[in-house]
Design a protein around this ligand. Sequence first.
Ligand code: AMP
Length: 213
Amino acid sequence: MRLILLGAPGAGKGTQAEVVCDKLGIPAISTGNILRAAIKNETEMGLKAKSFIDSGALVPDSVIISIIKERLAASDCQKGFILDGVPRTVAQAEALEEMGVNIDHVIDIEVSDDTIMKRLSGRRVCASCGASYHTLYKPSQQPDVCDRCGGTLIVRKDDEPATILERLRTYHELTEPLVEFYRQRGKLIVVEGQEEVSDTSALLLSKLEEASK
Ligand code: AMP
């Protein structure tokens, strides 16, 4: 099974990718995670990508296409995969087609901009150990102090309100056209994001099963 997860930043793609990955036994591939690891390891690609990510812009297509080419060639992808956060532009989707990658289904998780704003602006991470929190959904016991190590909780640069707005604008302009792109190819499954993560997962898995019959 070769799947793509579409949706705005904060729609819950990463979480749902893990659910599908466990259920179907296929790897979840997140270009966001690959880029963050490259930044942490201070590789040449990481250094190139950092300023784009910090400002809420997309990393250039050429960088993403070479990441995905290399990743999909790995042996664990031969039986299928789920792409989380890629493609994000029509050029990336066309590159996948040119590579001969045959996608079975594209799952679009729909969440309103208001909800996205609430979800992303409440995210906090510990500056020392990296543990993650949310002011509404997963608060620390003491405000701005990590329960695990006592470190200071901070807002990730790309979760600052101005950057979230920029990420949403970028999503509507460059990524949302992919919904139509895949609808025209008869591959689109729309899932309305629910309040509870487990409700979204149940809906997604049942729609996927229905579409695979
Ligand atoms: P994510 O964790 O998927 O939200 O990705 C974090 C950031 O990495 C995004 O805001 C982009 O700057 C960059 N990024 C991740 N995937 C892509 C992609 N397919 N195309 C362009 N930029 C990407």
